[in-house]
Design a binder for this molecule. Structure first.
Ligand code: ATP
Length: 371
């Protein structure tokens, strides 16, 4: 499933040069974005970046100040929320406290004037879908947080919208339940064949669930790509830094040899040699990002210490069960983060506190960043 790579694929949701201003403040800034049918799409960004505003414009709670939003070829401007083929699930779930689970799920269908027998059938189908058959007669306060979340979800999909919008759908759940529910949501989205657009500030959540992620900052989209691409091939320092852990360097290109670029990092008195994955020229200021798991640590001096090597003191070791994270302080004072999967052990053992170690890495291990 990768319609974004198919030049023939028709966009399903298009934001075309959409701007939203609140007074003088620009919450969404000339933003264009395409989402495909049946895609699980995540809007990811820090608080205040404009992701909820984008979702609210799609739902019809706000109108763009400029630009337009199309759904399945139809311009949505002026169409009130209840007439749009989208439904939105809020973080608070907004369940009716005095109604039972069935009552909550049936509510929208009744309002639409659906015949009672059809409502009963649809509610039963929804209860089964979210595995809440035994809870039909309970009221929201008699349910756990995870169950309430599923009722809210069932209520949202009961009307068979084409698009489901989810604003921080798992925000109210604890970590373990959130992880389980992520997989349930993915499963549900597949079964229903709906397009999901989810807003989250939690990168792990976006990475786990989404087919593609739009990383947002200050009302703009910085990158739209699959989870693997935003992690392994971020297009900018912002995205590299925002997604996952990273060691970020800034320096000046000293030489460009075929296929390789040397970057001087004066602050740390080191030279980084990296595969030339982006065009750059001698003298240019560039960034270099390397993930902790791509760093090797050893007490033994590497064969070549002129590039991609530095010595430092191992001053922190944190054991996380699945992995161990090491902090090395270089002579310059910079802290290098290295991580090794405990099952694989890429770090020479046994390293201990205060050991002097060599940090080094391969030329294809990091990411050259020119933006
Ligand atoms: P969060 O994760 O905190 O909800 P967000 O990325 O979803 O953040 P938005 O809710 O889209 O951010 O808000 C973007 C910016 O627009 C914020 O600075 C917010 O204060 C501002 N904003 C949102 N709605 C309004 C409004 N109705 N009037 C004025 N400013 C608003």
């Amino acid at each position: 499933f990768a319609p974004w790579n198919d030049p023939e694929a028709k966009p399903y949701i298009s934001f075309e040069n959409v701007t939203k201003k609140f007074g003088d403040f620009t919450a969404v800034d000339d933003l264009s974005l395409t989402i495909y049918n049946r895609e699980f799409f995540a809007l990811l960004g820090a608080s205040g970046c404009g992701k909820s505003t984008l979702l609210r414009m799609l739902a019809g709670f706000e109108e763009p100040t400029a630009g337009r939003i199309l759904l399945d070829g139809q311009d949505l401007r002026g169409i009130p929320p209840y007439k749009r083929p989208v439904n939105m699930m809020f973080q608070s779930y907004a369940l009716f406290p005095h109604m039972t689970v069935e009552g909550n799920i049936a509510f929208g269908l009744k309002q639409d004037g659906m015949p009672a027998n059809e409502i009963a059938a649809r509610v039963a189908e929804m209860l089964k879908l979210v595995k809440l058959e035994q809870f039909a007669k309970r009221k929201p306060h008699q349910l756990s947080g995870g169950q309430r979340q599923r009722v809210a979800l069932a209520r949202c999909v009961a009307k068979r919208p084409k698009v489901l919008l989810l604003d921080e759908p798992l925000g109210a759940l604890d970590k373990k339940l959130r992880e389980e529910t992520q997989f349930e949501l993915m499963d549900l989205q597949m079964k229903l064949g709906l397009t999901f657009v989810v807003v989250t500030h939690d990168q792990e959540e976006a990475m786990t669930m989404a087919d593609r992620i739009a990383v947002m900052d200050k009302g703009k989209v910085k990158q739209v790509a699959t989870p693997a691409e935003v992690y392994e091939a971020p297009n900018s320092k912002f995205v590299a830094d925002f997604i996952g852990n990273v060691n970020m360097f800034e320096g000046t290109v000293s030489t460009v040899v075929p296929g390789k670029v040397d970057i001087d990092i004066p602050a740390d008195k080191i030279t980084i040699r990296t595969d030339a994955t982006r065009e750059c020229s001698s003298g240019q200021t560039v960034g270099f990002a390397i993930r902790p798991e791509k760093i090797r640590l050893s007490r033994k001096e590497p064969a070549n210490t002129s590039v991609n090597a530095a010595r430092g003191e191992l001053y922190d070791i944190a054991y996380f069960g699945d992995m161990t994270v090491f902090h090395v302080r270089l002579e310059s004072g910079r802290i290098i983060k290295a991580a090794s999967l405990n099952a694989v052990r890429t770090v020479e053992d046994p390293l201990g506190y205060d050991d002097m170690v060599w940090v080094n890495f391969d030329t294809d291990a990091g990411i050259l960043l020119t933006a």
